[in-house]
Write a protein that binds this ligand. Sequence first.
Ligand SMILES: C[S@@+](CC[C@H](N)C(=O)[O-])C[C@H]1O[C@@H](n2cnc3c(N)ncnc32)[C@H](O)[C@@H]1O
Length: 294
Amino acid sequence: MARPPVRSASARSAPGLVVLGGGESVRAPGRVTLVGAGPGDPELLTIKALKALRAADVIVHDGLVSDEILDLAPEAARRINVAKRKSRHTLPQDDINQLLVALALDGLTVVRLKGGDPFLFGRGGEELAACREAGVDCSVIPGVTAALAASAGAGAPLTHRGSAQAVTFVTGHAAPQNGEMGEPDLDWAALARPNQTVVVYMGVSTAALISERLSAAGRAGSTPALIVENASRSDERRILTTLAELAVAAEGLKGPALLMVGEAMAMAAIDVPEDRNLTKDEVSFSPVHRVSPQ
Ligand SMILES: C[S@@+](CC[C@H](N)C(=O)[O-])C[C@H]1O[C@@H](n2cnc3c(N)ncnc32)[C@H](O)[C@@H]1O
């Protein structure tokens, strides 16, 4: 789609509206910025993200972005939620792409606000490609991805000299095939090697499969595993368990959560005394708890 011509502006009466010398008016093209909102805590927003939010005419956001962060945008900025988590109604990705392009072509400064980082399991690449194809200016502001917040909050490093020489971020979820949840196409043999951390995004519903595949490929069932739900938020919960117990430990989680498997996860801070051998049913769920294998 071709951009409208832009000549030097002599006055601006509305966002994107340029009044030309002869009194003729043409809308200047707007632009899209894909902004990483981080994992939830507004203090983990970058200064650059905050500046983009403050300059926005319209904010197109997903369900993982907290109200506290949306409140940092000007009151007059229009907010469009494209993923209403409660009703599970999500605008299809193609419609989101088209919406971003249309808003920008209408002369608006569009912030596409996404949880964590836009390029980590965030479909930011598709939105960038759609903007490029339409000739819309699009830039990206990175955000703190959930794994970094979960690891920092728990005091469990993703890499650690002697016990985690690599970290891999994987998805636990593949596009459904024939109405059934698809299995992620992962190199299980590589992920099963010891002394590395595997962080699974979107893996709560497939925790049993992940545990099975990693174990079958040779990762020890006793490998420490940390589950962090709502990382960086006031309702953050941590469950320290093992690979063998991963599926049981992940049962009943409601918020966004990460499964983190690896030797270094044993360093996770927990609030229950070390000498108590708690089972899942015995512990309170607030704010963090340990699940011990039976
Ligand atoms: C569609 S992905 C988006 C990831 C995001 N772009 C990022 O960089 O964090 C959604 C998944 O990210 C993880 N996630 C996002 N925010 C989280 C949080 N605050 N705590 C734990 N996991 C989170 C969960 O695994 C969730 O299912």
